[in-house]
Design a protein around this ligand. Structure first.
Ligand code: FES
Ligand SMILES: [Fe+2]
Length: 347
């Protein structure tokens, strides 16, 4: 069996581990009748809604001469290239060559299709690996389907590797320093020891000496099909109903040095409290949250992309290390599966 080299593993980690679901956009970006182009994991994709409103996703490449399908049009739920009208369905099959009916291109499956799922205002796309070409079920955060939780999704493009965003998720200790001047993250001890607990779907990293005072824990979900974080920011009663402010965060590589960051901002508010919180959030809380996110974005986008080569981790980075180990294992396994498949194909 071929063994993946260190360089191959690092390259895969930088570009994006495959065999995972990633968030590629917000539902509102996909208007009926309009194609939407997005770049993720270094690939150009086009998304559109078919006649039933269901999302379709292909590589953003016309099989005729390579024009971007996202510059095209949606007709009868199909995507038509703007250049010469070649029309494909959601499986990547050419259905019509209008300039030359009966052309041999018709009926050919010519571009890659991606599995896509829409939930809680977001669009998830599966990036297959040789090991796992079919998308595994996507176990979304339980809060998404729980009527006792209400959420807002925000999204940003950050000029840093998505790996830095993951590192940031797995590092609760940064909050009382980086966000010390924010409204809610100024409190509590500035020293502690971190503990790591394994969970069925990932791990939990928490401060030993303090709970529910600042950002004191993160639940990192790495269930083999996706990576996301869950964390709570304690809120004072003046911030309205719903207890702590919960964040569910995902990150998606665009390319080696930029990514999309997605944050659901949630509170546990049932029927009666829901509307008052949603109003309060929009009116007074949202700018505060953007202020904190900007601190993260600004800090991460100024860390050199090769900082991992000379970083000096200490005990608090036990979550970062744990997360990286899992990702390296996943990257290694999928590269080796590709090489084995390649060798078999060549024999
Ligand atoms: S390049 Fe798309 S139809 Fe010609
Ligand atoms: Fe932060």
């Amino acid at each position: 069996m071929t063994v993946a080299s260190k360089e191959q593993i690092e390259q895969r980690l930088t570009q994006g581990v495959l065999g995972q679901w990633y968030v590629v956009g917000k539902s509102v970006q996909l208007q009926p009748g309009k194609p939407h182009g997005v770049k993720a994991l270094g690939r150009h994709l086009v998304l559109w809604r078919d006649e039933a409103g269901k999302l379709q996703c292909l590589e953003d490449y016309c099989p005729h001469r390579g024009a971007r399908l996202s510059r095209g049009e949606v007709h009868d739920g199909l995507i038509a290239c703007r250049y010469h009208g070649v029309t494909l369905d959601g499986t990547g099959t050419v259905l019509r060559v209008p300039a030359m009916p009966g052309c041999a291109l018709e009926g050919r499956r010519a571009v890659d299709a991606y599995e896509v799922q829409e939930s809680n205002d977001a669009i998830f796309v599966y990036f297959p690996s040789a090991e796992q070409p079919k998308a595994p079920p996507l176990a979304l955060p339980a809060e998404f389907s729980d009527p006792n939780w209400s959420s807002f999704l925000c999204m940003g493009k950050w000029d840093c590797s998505y790996l830095f965003v993951y590192d940031n998720f797995a590092d609760p200790m940064h909050a009382c320093y980086l966000h010390a001047d924010s409204f809610t993250l100024a409190f509590g001890a500035k020293q502690d020891v971190m503990k790591l607990e394994e969970r069925d779907d990932g791990f939990y990293i928490a401060k030993v000496g303090q709970q529910d005072v600042n950002l004191d824990w993160t639940h990192m979900v790495m269930d083999g099909s996706q990576v996301y974080c869950r964390l709570d920011i304690p809120y004072p009663p003046a911030m309205g109903p719903g207890g702590p402010f919960r964040i569910i965060g995902y990150a998606t590589p665009i390319d080696d040095n930029s990514c999309m960051a997605f944050f659901w901002r949630l509170r546990q508010v049932g029927d009666t409290a829901r509307e008052s919180w949603r109003f309060l959030y929009r009116a007074t809380q949202e700018p505060r949250h953007w202020f904190v996110l900007e601190q993260d974005r600004e800090m991460l986008s100024n860390i050199p992309s090769d900082a991992h080569k000379r970083e000096m981790l200490y005990q608090h980075d036990v979550g970062v290390s744990r997360m990286r180990r899992t990702m390296m294992r996943q990257a290694k396994a999928q590269i080796e599966a590709e090489e084995t498949a390649g060798v078999r194909a060549a024999v």
